[in-house]
Design a protein around this ligand. Structure first.
Ligand code: SAH
Ligand code: SF4
Ligand code: F3S
Length: 469
């Protein structure tokens, strides 16, 4: 028996009927109702916002990109670092003025921050104009919660620690017509000692393969060209399902779906990635030659304190295996500088690791203590200034490496998906490996695959021109 809790279809139908009830209620007041959805944090949150928009559309809302004049404001928040939280509180604070000008406005706060007790308490006490607060596990109940607010008038706080479930059949309004996010699982079981995600998103649970594959078949039929499978650790996909399936198998199934699209995925955890994944990536022609493989630290001692479940040597071995199998792989990663107790020598190990691996791009973070995580309580003797000097050094060196790697593209030709028009009159495009190209070409090429010759490169991007024919 699967351990995964599934919300029944009858229950989702009930939520959709509640959307219709809300629509009828809103229709009593004149004018088109507008909603503003503001999303913080990772792609999982972007994907969640697309489902929230799906519900809102069913309720009859149209969308606006500003809180000014919106009838409903929904902040889908992120708790990963202090900075993310401060931005949200700043923006919630600013909404007091907007609401004064538009007293009927409904303000909702959801997402990862909403599941934290101290955040819920602060919203309750200091932001009395926030109407509805709910955590990520209760996303599927949004219609029911909003209707309660609308009919009872009282503020609604649905922030309890309910077990996470999988809900299928929530409508989706996507933000892009070429690129689509598909969550294949929710939550995380890894409890890296610095990280808040397992606490706010609950235990790992996988969607059933037939539901994922049906969604992707539909996306392919609609002409989506770039599909990203999402999970906090996609390599543990299926473990909770008892179907004998794993992530590499899922990749093969997605690859077999007819259509001209690329498959991406994130995030892979080094403790669960390995030869089988690399072999399947190499064998599946639709799977992009790109891997995001966070290493977090170059020091085995620090990795242990982070509870990451691998050593520096194991990580480097993985990178060797990967490159032996897929030589042109675009490799990206995440790293944390200044984990509590990290010594200068341990930081130097991180510097040496990026020198050895030479990532195409790196997302660098300074450790941010998160309430309720084990790392919050660790002694943290390194002065802020030293952490920030280390951070700058790392960033600068990586920028040089990224620039050098980009310059290797010059003079070569790559297949790319033209995905938009940039502000500079050029088009934007992505290589299969995911590198950004500023592309000279006609606007009607947006949405097509093209061959691009790379003429120049910077730290952040490539520059190129369309090769006709
Ligand atoms: N599930 C993904 C990461 C999700 S969070 C994984 O395991 O790789 C994205 C990144 O934020 C992490 O990889 C980590 O580098 C960073 N991060 C998470 N918690 C952090 C914290 N408390 N302080 C600083 N960076 C953090
Ligand atoms: Fe956080 Fe670790 Fe889970 Fe990633 S794997 S979400 S870093 S606990
Ligand atoms: Fe942030 Fe939640 Fe994603 S904490 S990074 S939005 S899982």
């Amino acid at each position: 028996m699967s351990k995964t809790l599934t919300i029944s279809q009858a229950e989702i139908h009930r939520q959709l009927a509640l959307c219709d009830q809300i629509r009828a209620l809103l229709d009593q007041r004149p004018g088109q109702k507008l909603a503003f959805v503001d999303t913080y944090g990772c792609q999982q949150n972007e994907a969640d916002s697309e489902r929230l928009r799906g519900y809102l559309a069913r309720m009859g809302y149209a969308f606006t990109d500003t809180e000014e004049g919106a009838d409903l404001v929904l902040l889908n928040t992120c708790a990963i670092r202090e900075h993310a939280e401060q931005r949200v509180f700043g923006n919630v604070g600013a909404l007091s003025h907007t609401k004064r000008r538009h007293p009927g406005q409904i303000i909702c706060v959801c997402g990862c921050m909403a599941r934290q007790d101290h955040v819920a308490t602060r919203l309750r006490r200091s932001f009395p104009y926030v109407d509805l607060v709910f955590g990520p596990q209760l996303l599927w109940q949004f219609p029911q919660l909003l209707l309660r607010k609308l009919t009872e008038g009282k503020r609604v706080f649905a922030t309890d620690d309910v077990p996470g479930a999988v809900a299928e059949g929530i409508p989706v309004v996507r933000q892009n017509r070429l690129k689509a996010w598909v969550s294949i699982m929710y939550g995380c079981n890894n409890f890296c000692t610095y990280c808040v995600v397992p606490y706010v998103r609950g235990r790992e649970r996988s969607r059933r393969p037939e539901d994922i594959l049906a969604e992707i078949r539909q996306l392919a039929a609609e002409g989506y060209k770039d599909i990203t499978l999402l999970g906090q650790n996609v390599n543990s996909y299926g473990k909770d399902l008892d179907l004998g399936v794993d992530f590499a198998w899922l990749l093969e199934q997605v690859n077999a779906i007819p259509g001209d699209f690329l498959i991406r995925f994130m995030t892979s955890h080094p403790k669960d990635a390995g030869q089988r994944l690399f072999d399947v990536m190499a064998a599946c022609e639709k799977v992009a030659p790109a891997l995001h493989l966070p290493f977090q630290s170059g020091s085995s001692r620090v990795l242990k304190a982070m509870n990451r479940g691998y050593t520096r040597a194991h990580y480097l071995e993985l990178v060797d295996q990967l490159r032996a199998r897929i030589p042109d792989i675009v490799l990206t990663s995440d790293v944390i500088v200044g984990f509590p107790g990290e010594t200068q020598e341990e930081f130097e190990e991180t510097m040496r690791l990026i020198e050895e691996v030479r990532y195409d791009a790196l997302f660098t973070f300074i450790f941010s203590p998160r309430r309720g995580t084990p790392a919050e309580k660790l002694a943290d003797p390194m002065p802020k200034e030293q952490k920030s000097a280390n951070f700058q050094r790392l960033l600068q060196r990586q920028n040089e490496i990224s620039g050098e790697k980009h310059r290797e593209y010059i003079g070569k030709t790559y297949r790319c998906l033209v995905d938009g028009e940039g502000a500079d009159g050029r088009l934007t495009a992505r290589t299969a490996g995911g590198r950004l190209i500023h592309l000279a070409g006609r606007a009607d090429l947006v949405g097509t695959w093209q061959m691009a010759r790379i003429t120049d490169a910077s730290t952040w991007a490539l520059f190129g021109e369309v090769v006709e024919g």
